[in-house]
Design a protein. Structure first.
Length: 624
């Protein structure tokens, strides 16, 4: 514990935050090269650095993987890396590494088998044909709230990415430069290159077409000037993006939405050197992070998330709130609480702002998990300090107001869960189009409300949250966690949340979860779960133990047990003996953005979760 505490203290930034990398593979590195070359911004130092990182992550078979136990490689990631490397100008297609990558792409179906977002990027840069009729009309953005399904029924993450896609897709915008590579030799079936590919997905159901027809007709029936409808829709889409640009120039501080926004502005006639575009590019560049001697373009920054978790964990480990480390961290967190209304207010209009966002520059895009994490951190500082007391009250009020009608908690917006939208032909629809209640968010919120507020255990919010979790427990006793990998994460969050909010540890639900955790413990005393779990929708063992998975499992068992058990002791020994481990298991993703496509390695997790589990073990079983 002392070693972990010392490491965390030494890594704190001057402003009080922790800026550990938010690592997401090589796609953002590839896209950054493509963006810079398209805009003819010749930042050769950055392009060379990104090229070196991409090459450093290539497998011996020529492919790029999303995670270690993906047997061969990932087609979209390999295609994006190949394109980025060619566009960089620092490597050509005759290089043996590029020949190996090309062979992998072709042997796995070529460009026509790439994912939706990869195809959109290729279409934007002139490497793929837009469909003759873009399947989603731009007029959808005008759908009023009075319609059964409207634009704000999509999750905020979906709106951020789909809005610029609607613009460029309906305009069939493409842009090439004199340095654009020729990717025509990556097609297996040339017919697909002529626009016959369904493009957005393989869903051939007529139900989604009926849905968009109804939406479009609904908009037309309400419009006063139908002939101007399309222009009005383009203007509204543009204003939606411009109205949600963060202080650093990025669109919601997401790499993908900012990348797409830049191309959509180009399609609307903005010049490449427009100040809005230039600031957006600089915002993306500011998110670069150095990892193992290489430059990585982060998808976003995780400073608030890291800082809130670390401040709370250090306090749980015995670092007093009076320590300068904690004071600096919590002053930083206090400065990041939101005072502006964001899209969350559309479905929750009667609540004042008071949440926290994920990244360093979020000002209008809060989420429930970062808010409860930040409140845990500042909780011990509240009494007698008006500035913290006010922040505490606003934060708790916001969290309580975000509870869904079904009793669970979402990530970003309330009651955005119309399952009909999953019919849409969008890759990863279930992960990006909706923002439903999840076991991890609901469990962590209950854990906060139960342990750190004075709410009675019979409070309606707690009772409804517990009921939601009971109704969503899997048959084997686990819970699926949406934002982590996957069943270990969800089960840990659900167990600790249920117990903190009033569920007795000896209850059947808790004991069934504990039995499941004990059953899947590895021989070395640890736990490990594969990223395959999220797409297969069942627990898939990794075959190796990891620090984070072990910490989550042990922490759940500690909460569920009256006394230390052999399983807990073996898990604690694993954490102690492997705390300085340096291999692929330490780098294995523990977060997910979109199952099968987008995974996150949090560099802070190897410190946070083991320290928290050790702290809880010490408090419960070793302190007299």
């Amino acid at each position: 514990m002392n070693r972990l505490i010392t490491s965390l203290k030494s890594d704190q930034s001057i402003d009080g935050s922790w800026d550990y990398p938010f690592e997401t593979g090589i796609s953002t590195d590839s896209y950054m090269i493509i963006l810079l070359r398209t805009l003819e911004i010749h930042d050769e130092k950055l392009i060379q650095a990104l090229t070196k990182r991409i090459l450093s992550r290539q497998e011996t078979n020529g492919a790029w993987k999303l995670y270690h136990d993906k047997r061969t490689g990932n087609l979209p990631a390999t295609l994006e890396a190949y394109y980025g490397l060619l566009y960089s100008g620092y490597i050509d297609k005759h290089d043996k590494r590029m020949r190996a990558a090309r062979q992998f792409i072709l042997s796995n179906g070529g460009i026509e088998k790439a994912g939706m977002f990869t195809k959109i990027m290729l279409a934007l840069t002139g490497q793929y044909s837009w469909p003759v009729i873009f399947p989603v009309p731009i007029e959808v953005i005008l759908s009023p709230m009075s319609l059964p399904v409207n634009f704000y029924d999509f999750s905020v993450y979906a709106r951020a990415n789909l809005t610029p896609i609607l613009i460029v897709g309906n305009k069939k915008f493409q842009i090439k430069t004199g340095r654009s590579p020729d990717l025509s030799d990556l097609y297996v079936n040339r017919e697909y290159h002529e626009g016959e590919d369904p493009f957005l997905g393989t869903n051939d159901s007529s139900e989604w077409r009926d849905l968009f027809t109804a939406l479009t007709q609904g908009v037309q029936s309400l419009a006063g000037f139908p002939e101007h409808l399309k222009n009005t829709a383009f203007e509204k889409a543009k204003q939606y993006m411009l109205g949600r640009i963060e202080p650093d120039g990025t669109f919601y501080n997401y790499f993908s939405s900012t990348f797409l926004m830049i191309f959509s502005l180009l399609s609307l006639g903005y010049p490449k050197n427009d100040p809005i575009i230039m600031k957006a590019v600089q915002g993306l560049i500011s998110m670069a992070s150095e990892i193992d001697g290489h430059i990585h373009m982060q998808y976003t920054t995780a400073d608030v998330w890291n800082t809130s978790l670390i401040s709370y964990t250090l306090q749980e480990a015995g670092v007093p709130e009076s320590a300068e480390t904690i004071q600096k961290a919590n002053r930083y967190l206090l400065s990041r609480q939101h005072y502006k209304y964001g899209d969350w207010a559309i479905h929750n209009p009667d609540t004042l702002p008071g949440g926290w966002g994920f990244s360093n520059v979020n000002t209008i895009h809060p989420d429930v998990d970062d808010t409860t994490a930040s409140l845990r951190a500042i909780g011990l500082l509240v009494q007698g300090k008006p500035q913290y007391d006010q922040a505490w009250g606003r934060g708790i009020n916001w969290v309580l107001s975000m509870q869904n009608h079904d009793g669970g908690w979402p990530a970003f917006e309330k009651n955005v869960d119309k399952k009909i939208l999953n019919l849409l032909p969008v890759q990863g629809a279930e992960f990006i189009l909706l923002d439903p209640s999840t076991a991890d968010l609901t469990g962590r919120t209950l854990e906060f409300l139960g342990n750190y507020t004075n709410l009675n255990k019979d409070h309606p919010s707690l009772k409804r949250g517990r009921k939601w979790l009971r109704n969503h427990q899997e048959r084997d006793g686990s819970w699926y966690g949406r934002w982590g990998i996957c069943y270990l994460y969800g089960t840990w969050a659900a167990v600790t949340g249920l117990i903190a909010s009033g569920k007795r540890p000896e209850s059947s639900a808790i004991q069934k979860a504990a039995a499941w955790l004990k059953h899947i413990q590895n021989k070395d005393g640890g736990w490990g779960e594969s990223c395959h779990s999220d797409t297969l929708k069942k627990y898939v063992p990794l075959g190796e133990s990891t620090l984070t998975d072990t910490a989550w499992a042990v922490d759940a068992l500690i909460a569920a047990s009256e006394r230390s058990t052999p399983e807990i002791q073996r898990g604690i020994i694993y954490l102690i003996e492997n705390g300085t481990r340096q291999d692929w298991t330490v780098q294995y993703p523990k977060g997910q953005g979109m199952g099968g496509a987008f995974y996150i390695h949090y560099h802070s997790y190897r410190y946070i979760w083991p320290l928290l589990a050790l702290s809880h073990y010490k408090k419960k079983f070793l302190t007299k």
